[in-house]
Structure formats: C-alpha cells, structure tokens
Ligand binder design. Structure first.
Ligand code: DGL
Length: 266
C-alpha cells in the first residue's frame, strides 16, 4: 500500500526526465521527489523492448526501496514499452507519459491529424497511435523519430541555424500530411519547443507530455488521497553513472545547480 508521507519516484534513462520533474515540482511543490537518471544505460531510445522493460523494472525496484508512494515513468521509451508490466507488477500507482500526452493531443486536434515525434523505440512501439486510437478513434497519427534532437538538447544547442535545420528536415514531411497538433513524445524535446514551434508554424499546436503528465500525477494523488500529510518536501537525485555529467546537463534542463547527486549501483 502506498504511504502518503513517501515521495514521488521519477525515473528516466538520464537527464531528460528533468523536464517532467520540473513540471511535477511546479505543480506539487509540497511533495518530496526521488529522481533516478539511469545514466549508465542511456540511451533507451535505441534499445529493444525486452531490454527497456528489464531496465524499467530495475529502476522501479530501486525507487520502491526508497519508499516512494507513486512511480512516474518520465521516459517516453520506457513508458511506451514497460507501462503494462509495471502497472501489473507494482502495488503503487504508476503514471507514464504516453497516455497523458495522447489525451491532450486528442483534445487539441481539430483536423484529426496528429503528429508524434519521439525516439526510434517510441515510434516503433506504436504506443502513441494505440493510446490515441483508444481515446479518439478517428484520429490519424503521423509519426517521426527525431534522434538528433536528444544530443542537441543535451548540448544546450536549442536555438539558431543548426537546430532549425534539423527541425525543418524532421518536420516538413509531417506538415505536408496536414497535422494540426504535434506531440513532443520524448523527454528532451520540450527544451527545443521554441525552435519546433517556429518550424511547425502557428497552425500547429504543440503538446508537451511533461506538462500533461504533471496534471495526471496531481490527479492520481488527489483521487487516492496520497497528498503529503505535512513532512518537509525534499528532493534527491540518483544516477547510475558518474554524477558530474548529470549535474552539468541537468543545469541546462532546470536553470539551476543540482546538488547533491548520489551515485547508485543497481
Ligand atoms: N528519455 C528518452 C525518451 O523520452 C530519450 C533519451 C533516450 O533515448 O534514452 O524517450
């Protein structure tokens, strides 16, 4: 049984899930958070479903040992492949990023043509088209893997000619298909939101899975009466490889220093 005085556990393959962390702590500042970046195994986006499910189970086990009351799978690739396994196996609520993103896209689209961008794994899993078909059956989904966005975001190279050229190359085909809504289906993409918005143009509404996931987390906490009963809110950052690079890239994601960051072996 989940204990309301426990923290919210969030995991991602690395630093990108900090976009989800940021939205959750902005919405629920009274809640403690344990964030795990699986930096030893990143990237997940190029790995097989079996491998991603194995990694996701290991991350969940580690966070549960830290007494979390709710698990957030901040990584789109892990959400795409491992949500069912985690929801079946764990005794605490599990919130992923795919369903909230799909729900927001279904509500936003007028043309019924929704674009989804993500890692190769997320796109090949078909998780977003499946979620959209369950929520809004007539919606047509146009998907595209955008692997170069991940290193650009990590480098902090989020404005100017290079990201613009990359975004144009990735998005032009999707725009030709008539999308009016575009799901940013990867932890890193919210950092490139301004350039993606500029290339996509004003007629295309961007859906940030991170924002929608925070809304879903707040809803689950309220519905299950899991709100923090009054302990001071704390944040712990855990990583499976050396903390330095996480600390460095993390600053770009949060606009502040990340300290302390604990190196865990699992
Ligand atoms: N966190 C991953 C995702 O949202 C992107 C980085 C990776 O490939 O591990 O899909």
């Amino acid at each position: 049984m989940a204990d309301p005085s426990g923290g919210i556990g969030i995991f991602d393959s690395g630093v990108g899930g900090l976009t989800v962390y940021r939205q959750i702590t902005a919405r629920l500042p009274q809640e403690s958070v344990v964030y795990l970046g699986d930096t030893a195994r990143v990237p997940y986006g190029t790995k097989s479903p079996e491998t991603v499910v194995r990694y996701a189970r290991a991350c969940a086990r580690l966070l549960i040992a830290r007494d979390i009351k709710l698990l957030v799978v901040a990584c789109n690739t892990a959400s795409a492949f491992a949500m069912q396994a985690l929801q079946e196996e764990l005794a605490i609520p599990v919130v992923g990023v795919v369903e909230p993103g799909a729900r927001a896209a279904a509500a936003a689209t007028r043309s019924g043509v929704v674009g989804v961008i993500g890692t190769a794994g997320t796109v090949s899993s078909g998780a977003y088209p499946r979620a959209l078909a369950a929520i809004a059956p007539p919606v047509r989904v146009v998907q595209r893997a955008c692997p170069l966005f991940v290193p650009l975001a990590e480098e902090g190279w989020t404005a100017g000619k290079v990201p613009e050229a990359v975004a144009t190359r990735y998005l032009e085909g999707m725009l030709d298909e008539g999308i009016d809504t575009l799901v940013l289906g990867c932890t890193h993409y919210p950092l490139l939101k301004p350039v993606i918005a500029q290339v996509a143009g004003p007629a295309v509404q961007l859906v940030d899975s991170a924002e929608e996931t925070a809304v879903a987390v707040a809803r689950v906490i309220a519905e299950r009466a899991l709100g923090n009963p009054g302990s001071p809110a704390t944040t712990r950052f855990l990583v499976s490889d050396t903390p330095e690079s996480f600390r460095r890239s993390g600053q770009a994601f949060l606009d502040r220093e990340l300290d302390p960051v604990e190196w865990v072996d699992f």
